[in-house]
Design a protein. Structure first.
Length: 288
């Protein structure tokens, strides 16, 4: 039942994210009450509205980034704070919209809130083949940046399609040898070796910035050269999410889905992620 300030959503799509596996294993600091329903990205249709909610009504299609420590969207229905939801994009299937909120917001906040990326700047993204990387490349290119991205052969085509100007196959070439001109921003999206991460700081210009989404790793900088550091811990921001939805509906931002599964198959997806075998964004759809 929807309480004050809440809506109840009939779930169309629930995205699986690596952090879901971290919450499940206890390696991420999100205390949850068991039994816990995973899934903090959601798309669906409002079917009940609590007191004080004026922005939504029954029948509205919505998308949002749910509070990570509360019961989530891997279910037929979820109750969510109205303040984290926006109108869903109309140009893509409603289930697919669940693949966007947390990862697209992570990319946005890393590039613009933390790095203040500007037109004409050079950006190096390590781990660009993951779910955040595709959004980061697209958003950076829209901002007028020159994008260098690392990827494996498996994800190279997707990184290229997203618009990267240079793609480095990290399985066959070293990033240090492949980047011939310093960058303004280094964005790390991968759990790389700490020594390798520290070495990459040499590629950042004096006064540049290193931004990382791997909160469990120290983000290296260089005080002597004024290379700053920032860690990204994604937050719900409806203004940013609304802009991202507008970009999707205008055809300026692409939402990529690796696979669709039934909610009943999510335990297998968790197992694949725990074993390092999962690649790309997965959207779970409740059984009909």
């Amino acid at each position: 039942m929807a309480g004050e300030g809440q809506v109840r959503i009939r779930v169309a799509g629930s995205a699986f994210n690596p952090a879901d596996n971290g919450i499940r294993s206890g390696t991420l600091p999100f205390p949850v009450t068991l039994p816990h329903i995973p899934g903090y990205d959601v798309s669906g249709t409002v079917d009940a509205v609590g007191d004080g909610v004026t922005d939504f009504k029954s029948g509205d299609t919505v998308v949002g980034f749910l509070p990570m420590g509360e019961d989530g969207s891997a279910a037929e229905y979820v109750v969510a704070p109205a303040g984290v939801l926006v109108k869903a994009p109309s140009s893509i299937p409603l289930p697919d919209a669940a693949a966007m909120p947390s990862v697209a917001l992570t990319a946005w906040q890393a590039l613009f809130d933390e790095a203040a990326l500007k037109n004409g700047q050079r950006l190096l993204i390590t781990g660009a083949g993951g779910a955040v990387g595709g959004y980061a490349i697209q958003l950076a290119k829209r901002a007028g940046a020159h994008v260098i991205a690392t990827a494996s052969p498996r994800s190279r085509d997707g990184v290229t399609a997203a618009g990267a100007d240079q793609v480095i196959d990290h399985t066959s070439a070293t990033v240090l040898d492949s980047v011939t001109e310093r960058v303004d921003v280094l964005l790390n999206l991968a759990p790389i070796d700490p020594e390798e991460f520290a070495a990459l700081v040499a590629l950042v210009r004096d006064g540049g910035i290193v931004v990382s989404t791997t909160a469990w790793m120290r983000t290296p900088g260089d005080d002597q050269r004024g290379v700053r550091t920032a860690g990204v811990f994604v937050r719900a921001d409806v203004d940013q999410l609304r802009q991202l939805v507008d970009l999707v509906d205008s055809g300026k931002l692409t939402v990529e889905i690796a696979q669709h599964v039934s909610v009943r198959d999510l335990p297998g997806i968790h197992a694949q992620a725990a074993e390092g075998r999962l690649r790309g964004k997965v959207v779970a759809v409740p059984d009909a």
